[in-house]
Design a protein around this ligand. Sequence first.
Ligand code: WQD
Length: 342
Amino acid sequence: MENAPNILVTGGAGFIGSHTVVSLMQQGYNPVIVDDFRNSEKRVLKGIEKITGKRPIVHEVDVVNKESMRSIFEQYTFEGIIHFAAYKAVGESVQEPLKYYRNNLVSLMNCIELCEEFGVKNFVFSSSCTVYGEPDGIVVKETTPVKPASSPYGQTKQISEQMLKDAIASKSDLRVLCLRYFNPIGAHESSSIGELPLGIPSNLVPYVTQTAIGKLPQLTVFGDDYDTPDGSCIRDYIHVMDLAEAHIFGLRWLTHQDDNTYQIVNAGTGVGVSVLEIIHTFEKVSNAKLNWTIGPRREGDVSQIYADPKLAEDLLGWKTKRSLEESLRDAWNWEQKLANEE
Ligand code: WQD
C-alpha cells in the first residue's frame, strides 16, 4: 500500500506476531518483520499472504545482533515498533535462565537504543501477566503490585518493563506502551495461520487440541484441589486476534501521546475460566470427546489470575470481541488443518 506507515515487528513470524502482522496490514500499515525463525516457521508468511493478499516484508535477522538490527533501521523510516521477539517458555527458562536473560534483555536493549538513535518513538512492548507473580487479588489491575516473578522468564519481563521505565526516566523521547498479555489462544478464523508449538506444547489449549486430534494420548489436568469453584486453576484466555487488534489500538494511542510516555495496559478479557471449563467448552464446540485425567499440581502455577480490562477500554478504546467458544473453535479448526497437511 502506497505511503503505508512502516512498523518494525520483531518476532513477527511468531504466534502473536503473525496475527498482529495480519491486523497491521488490514489496518493500512506496512509491517516489516524481523525474525530469525528460531521459534517460528516460514510457512507463516504464506498464511499471512493468503489472508491479506500480500506477502509481508521479512528480514531474517537475530535481534540480539545489534549491527544487523542497525542495518534494518538504516533501510526504513519506522513510525513505530512492536517488540515481540523473546523466549517465552516458563519451564525452559528454569532450566536455561541465562539463555533467557541474554536473549530477552539484549534484544530489548538493542531495540531501545536503535529506536532512540533513529528517532522511532512509538514503542509497543510485548509483556505478560506473568509479571504479577502470585498476585494478592485474583482480578489484576495495572496498579496491582508486582510480586517476585515465579520463573526466569517472568523475571525477564519484569526487568524489561523496568528497563523501558528507566529509559523514559532518563528523558528518552520514546513513547512506551507495555501490553501485559494474559493467555492468548486460538487462531485466525481462516485457519491460514495459528499456533505452532515447538515439540510437546506446555500451554493448555494446544495440548487440548493435539490430544483431541490424536497427536498426544491424554491431557493431564495439573491439579483439581485449588481453592476455586471446580478445583482447577483459573486464567484469562484471550483470542489471539483480539490481542493482535489491541496492538493496533495501542500504536494509534501512542502516536497521540507526548514524548517520554510510559504506560502499562492489561490485554485480557476480564473473564476467568478454569481448566475444566476449557475442557467442557472444547468438547462442546468440537463435538470431540477429550481423553483427560487429573494429575498433580504443576510447580509455579498460580491458582487464579485474570485481568481487569477497564483501562484498555478507557485509554485505548479497545476491548475483546471474540468469545471463548470462538477461540476454541478456531484453535480446533487450525489443529485439524495442520493434521490434513501432514
Ligand atoms: C494454563 C492452565 C495449567 C497444560 C503461561 C505463561 C504466560 C503466557 C501463557 C507467555 C494452568 C493448566 C496446562 C496442561 C494443565 N505465556 N494446564 N495441563 O501457565 O497460565 O501461562 O502461558 O507469555 O506468561 O506463564 O498457561 O497454558 O501453561 O496453563 O492443566 O497440560 O492450564 O496448570 O492452570 P499459563 P498454560
